[in-house]
Design a protein around this ligand. Structure first.
Ligand code: SF4
Ligand code: SF4
Length: 315
């Protein structure tokens, strides 16, 4: 693959790449690497973090910390925009006033069994890419070799696939695949006309990251008045975070790209239109009555004959 092809693919990668320009590698590529507590750079990588979180990362971490998704987002993340269309992303928030991870401890990671995908992969980077005319993404890897990381000097060789297995990334990749494809699709589709409406990005944020709020949305009267979700499916969604997350990916495809996934109830479209019309009418009435009130106030403030106090003082 030449540089220009790489550049095209790298631009489509869902996450920012390291400033170190990587070479694309297959899963059977043998690398030399080992990280352990006695290595001279222990915790160096966790002292200066830039970690993008996937929906599954958030789900695992918020359950580990026994927080709601909203509490986790507020306490442990910072929002950012993943592309020029403002697609929302979240990163792990470092310690107050510093760059270190809040889960870093002298003995290692405090959330090790639920650490995010990016931490599991390091120093390997996952690159998922997709052409506009392809439905599935293609996966390649890159090796990030930063000077501070002495793990590359350790005498151990293994394939990237074996390293991924050792780090338990398979389940993270499986649970994140639908979302990565969605991000790539959103990136390659670009805005139809101008920027996507803010409401699409708000929906993307809620479904991708704030799963407890999405659960409340799915169980709301308005959602169920619109969509026909079988009772047993709904019961699973309300009880199972992972099932709800997978449902969310498909719901986003339905809502953002018109890929039919949910059955709308008969008459739901007409009802929705009627509700929107009634809402628009109410807003219009409020606007008109506010305008009348403001005009009345304006005229009542203007000086009228007699307001100067001299009207009755005719000689
Ligand atoms: S979550 Fe754990 S492994 Fe990842 S940066 Fe923080 S301390 Fe390091
Ligand atoms: S070897 Fe690399 S991954 Fe391991 S602690 Fe050092 S910097 Fe981090």
């Amino acid at each position: 693959m030449d540089d220009s092809q790489f550049k095209n693919l790298a631009e489509q990668a869902p996450f920012e790449l390291s400033p170190v320009m990587p070479t694309l590698l297959p899963g059977d590529k043998v690398i030399q690497f080992r990280c352990h507590k006695d290595v001279g750079c222990w915790n160096a990588c966790c002292s200066n973090i830039d970690i993008t979180l996937t929906p599954y990362d958030i789900l695992r971490l918020k359950n580990h910390l026994q927080l709601s998704s909203g509490e986790f987002l507020q306490q442990y993340t910072v929002p950012y925009e993943m592309d020029q269309d403002g697609t929302p992303g979240v990163k792990l928030r470092p310690v107050e006033g510093g760059t270190a991870c809040r889960f870093m401890r002298p003995e290692g990671c405090a959330v090790y069994e639920n650490r995010p995908t990016a931490c599991r992969y390091y120093p390997v980077a996952l690159l998922s890419m997709r052409n506009q005319d392809e439905y599935t993404d293609r996966t390649s890897y890159a090796l990030v070799q930063e000077p501070h990381c002495l793990g590359h000097k350790e005498p151990r060789s293994l394939t990237i696939d074996a390293y991924r297995e050792e780090q338990g990334v398979d389940v993270y990749d499986d649970k994140g695949r639908g979302w990565r494809q969605l991000v790539l699709k959103k990136k390659s589709a670009g805005p139809a006309i101008g920027k996507p409406p803010a409401v699409s990005n708000q929906l993307f944020f809620m479904v991708s990251y704030d799963i407890d709020r999405f659960r409340a949305f799915v169980s709301s009267e308005s959602f169920n008045r619109t969509y026909d979700v079988p009772l047993e499916v709904m019961a699973t969604l309300l009880a199972d975070d992972e099932a709800l997350m997978g449902f969310g990916y498909n719901f986003l495809k339905h809502a953002l790209f018109g890929e039919r996934f949910l059955q709308e109830r008969e008459g739901a479209y007409d009802e929705r239109m009627a509700r929107l019309k009634a809402k628009a009418e109410k807003l219009r009435e409020e606007f008109l009555s506010n305008r009348e009130r403001l005009e009345d106030e304006k005229y009542s403030d203007e000086p009228r004959a007699g307001d100067c106090g001299c009207g009755d003082k005719q000689g």
